[in-house]
Design a protein around this ligand. Structure first.
Ligand SMILES: [Fe+2]
Ligand SMILES: [Fe+2]
Length: 353
């Protein structure tokens, strides 16, 4: 046992205190003395002992009350207490053990017994202290591990999201080299979702899913994709397949993001009146994500320069969208679009080609 262990002796009889102190000093421990429980508690406030030797019968505050006070205090309850009992007081020791004292010493003191009891109490305390120390270490380690796992998960999902946006840009690379079209689409769509009363998570979802709306363009031959003139009937039929190709590329993922991205790829050219492609869906049969991307996509295409068309002024594009309310676009969506028009213009200026 460490020689530096600190033992508090509490006894109202000076003779007993000094005798005990003598023994304990001789065993190489540090000691402090108190006359009664109140004095002991006062002392403990200043220095935390490793062990308390506690007399039972004392004026002001006796051993029972002192024990109760110690055991009801979270900071003090771990200090082991050995009761000091007179020869005839054995029956009084039992309630003390029940109150949480770990052992007792009967007067007159037998030095060998005293040494053994003190050592075993301090060993127990030492063990409990270490256990507490290890528990804290394990707790800290788990917290650290958890935060590292979270960090890694979020790094991974950040990477995944970046890859999705990169794939979106790749799909538009041939006819929109800067790739800013898909960046703007993300922002428009999330704003439209917001205007539609969507929760933040859904707005984030469409922010990340919408860049893949034209991923199927990867499967369209360049001479059709980049043709400056109007496409003929057959070419147009091939052009239209970018929706089904996109859905094919995105199918079977199962995550919310992949499911939404697939829906968008398939339905972003459907029209409210049923004249769109590939399925000719009508009104609310068109998934809302498709209706959102449709309006964002058309607006951005109209207001951007492409190999086959000039850039339209914003006012003209807005006129076009307003006029197509109820035919090409969901009227409710057009209303929302007009509501967020200042945001749309801001996004357009912030992410130019
Ligand atoms: Fe498209
Ligand atoms: Fe597009």
């Amino acid at each position: 046992m460490s020689e530096k262990s600190f033992i508090l002796i509490v006894d109202d009889l000076e003779r007993n205190r000094n005798l005990l102190k003598q023994y304990v000093d001789d065993l190489g421990y540090l000691t402090a003395l108190a006359n009664n429980g109140l004095e002991a508690l006062d002392l403990i406030n200043d220095v935390m002992p490793d062990l308390i030797l506690l007399d039972m019968k004392m004026p002001i505050m006796d051993g029972y009350e002192t024990l109760d006070q110690l055991k009801s205090d979270l900071k003090l309850r771990h200090i082991p207490v050995i009761m000091i009992s007179a020869y005839g007081e054995m029956e009084n020791v039992i309630p003390c053990i029940k109150r949480g004292a770990i052992d007792y010493l009967a007067k007159p003191f037998e030095p060998i017994l005293l040494e053994a009891r003190i050592e075993s109490a301090l060993s127990l305390k030492n063990l409990l202290d270490h256990e507490e120390e290890y528990r804290k270490k394990i707790e800290n380690y788990s917290i650290q591990l958890e935060s590292e796992t979270l960090k890694r998960t979020s790094e991974l999902s950040q990477t995944q999201l970046r890859l999705i946006h990169r794939l979106g840009r790749a799909s538009e690379y041939k006819d929109n080299e800067t790739g800013m079209h898909v960046v703007r689409i993300s922002h428009y769509c999330s704003k439209l979702g917001e205007a539609f009363g969507w929760a933040k998570e859904s707005c984030e979802l469409i922010y990340n899913a919408s860049p893949l709306h034209d991923v199927g363009k990867i499967g369209i031959p360049e001479h059709i994709l980049l043709k400056p003139e109007k496409l003929n009937h057959d070419e147009w039929a091939i052009m239209k397949t970018h929706t089904t190709i996109g859905a094919e590329i995105l199918k079977g993922g199962g995550s919310e993001l992949e499911t939404m991205a697939k829906k968008i790829a398939l339905t972003h050219h459907e029209k409210w009146d049923g004249t769109g492609y590939p399925q000719g869906l009508q009104e609310e049969d068109i998934p809302i994500e498709g209706r959102i991307v449709a309006i964002a996509d058309v607006f951005d295409n109209l207001t951007s320069e492409r190999p086959f068309k000039e850039k339209w002024p914003i006012e003209d594009a807005v006129d076009f969208i307003e006029n197509a309310s109820g035919t090409e676009f969901d009227p409710e969506m057009v209303k929302n679009f007009l509501k967020i028009l200042p945001d749309v213009i801001e996004i357009k200026n912030e992410y130019p080609d």
